[in-house]
Unconditional design. Structure first.
Length: 151
């Protein structure tokens, strides 16, 4: 990878998102938590959720990833509150398609993921970029199982 490619990949906008990830850390009243790890680079993301009426009412994330994975977690964190599992799954699928199939930028509130378009050319980074989304979805699924068991 050339220096110019690296500079484009780690643009100021990506670094700004990575430096200001919303909802960092655990939440004490989480109903579901899930950790995902990328075997390619060792990045990890743990997501914690609390649901109310099928929507995210509490969210925390522990992000140990490259700047691209952190930027993706930042965009997720900006739009996650009040979202349903279906909305997050749609955003994750649109992000995957944007990266792997040159698909369009995800719909709002995930349209900030546009900053990651240059990462299309680096498939070895895709897993890290998708980690926060997969962790959030698994945490929601865990919260749903716990909620069902308590009924």
């Amino acid at each position: 990878m050339s220096d110019a490619d690296m500079m484009q990949l780690y643009s100021k906008r990506i670094l700004a998102l990575a430096a200001d990830i919303p909802h960092l850390g655990k939440i004490e009243d989480a109903q579901g938590s899930a950790m995902k790890r990328s075997p390619q680079c060792g990045s990890t993301v743990t997501a914690h959720v609390r649901l109310q009426d099928g929507r995210i009412a509490g969210f925390g994330q522990e992000v140990r990833a490259c700047a691209l994975g952190q930027a993706s977690a930042g965009v997720l964190g900006q739009g996650v509150m009040g979202a349903t599992r279906e909305e997050i799954a749609k955003g994750a699928e649109q992000l995957r398609a944007m990266l792997k199939e040159a698909g369009p930028v995800p719909d709002a509130p995930w349209d900030g993921l546009e900053v990651l378009i240059p990462a299309r050319e680096y498939p070895n980074r895709h897993a890290s970029i998708l980690l926060s989304w997969h962790a959030a979805l698994d945490a929601i699924d865990q919260a749903d199982v716990q909620s069902t068991a308590q009924r």
